[in-house]
Ligand binder design. Structure first.
Ligand code: IPD
Ligand code: CA
Ligand code: CA
Length: 264
């Protein structure tokens, strides 16, 4: 097995272990909640303990790899591979017991300068979305493809709202001005799952501002391996500013719809 495939397989094993840990904590009850960047940005002891579990598992098998995690920052190793982890994406859902939170693990190759593996495990539902470089994306082991709905008026879009009030105001204006132009909108509460659901055709497209790398790296790669495209707006790469996903024709229309120059 080549190094990417070996890591990809292991990332899925780790995600399953992490999901079991999270489910056990839910069954034990008593989730302690603290606030991070704003009144809406929550973190629990389970987010932190899950990241620790994932980190320990990676370093046990690949001690020279690098890790970037939401809760504990970065570890810089000597190998070309960097693991990018969101231990619980959708913490608000997790705290409320609202289905739709995920373990998200992406693997980035620093020599190729690209993502080579993505794995997003929806903890309450048990669905696992995954992709390995040069292979088609999978949901629960079956091949998935991005929908080919090419017009905005027929498109079911997913989005999310930032923890920053400034960004939220812009997001509200974009919805206000465009809600009559699209089929409907979903705010499911976990960016990695929103992207995975674009990959599997559970929604047609997605856009969001204010995401961190660990929110989107695995999901964006799964979209690409399912035949979709992911951009950061007109001629830009995905970034904190903006992430847009869908089939190529739809992405062009979402880019026009959320053209940030009009909203700032
Ligand atoms: C959040 C979720 C949410 C998105 C936020 C993210 P977290 O991640 O992905 O859907 O709208 O921007 O920060 O905090 O639950 O890991
Ligand atoms: Ca997240
Ligand atoms: Ca998180």
């Amino acid at each position: 097995m080549n190094p990417e495939a070996e890591r990809h397989q292991y990332s899925q094993e780790i995600a399953q272990r992490a999901a079991t840990f999270i489910r056990d904590k839910v069954n034990e009850g008593v989730i302690e909640v603290a606030l991070k960047s704003s009144r809406t940005d929550m973190v629990t002891q389970v987010d932190r303990a899950t990241e620790q579990l994932i980190k320990d598992a990676i370093l046990e098998r690949f001690p020279d790899d690098s890790i970037q995690g939401e809760e504990y920052g970065e570890i810089n190793g000597s190998s070309r591979y960097q693991w990018v982890i969101d231990p619980i994406d959708g913490t608000t859902n997790f705290v409320y017991g609202f289905a739709g939170y995920a373990v998200s693990i992406g693997i980035y190759d620093r020599e190729l300068n690209r993502t080579v593996s993505g794995c997003v495990l929806d903890v309450p539902r048990g669905n696992i979305y995954s992709a390995l470089i040069s292979q088609n994306a999978l949901k629960n082991g079956k091949s998935i493809t991005v929908n080919q709905r090419k017009t905005l008026s027929e498109a079911l879009l997913a989005t999310g709202f930032s923890y920053s009030d400034e960004i939220r105001k812009i997001q509200g204006r974009i919805i206000n001005e465009n809600i009559t132009k699209i089929r409907d909108i979903r705010r499911a509460g976990a960016a990695s799952l929103d992207l995975s659901m674009v990959a599997s055709g559970e929604v047609d497209g997605y856009y969001e501002m204010g995401l961190q790398r660990w929110d989107y790296i695995a999901g964006a790669f799964i979209v690409e391996q399912a035949g979709g495209v992911v951009t950061g707006g007109l001629n830009k790469l995905p970034s904190y500013e903006l992430v847009i996903a869908g089939c190529p024709e739809l992405v062009v229309q979402i880019e026009e719809m959320v053209n940030l120059d009009r909203y700032r």
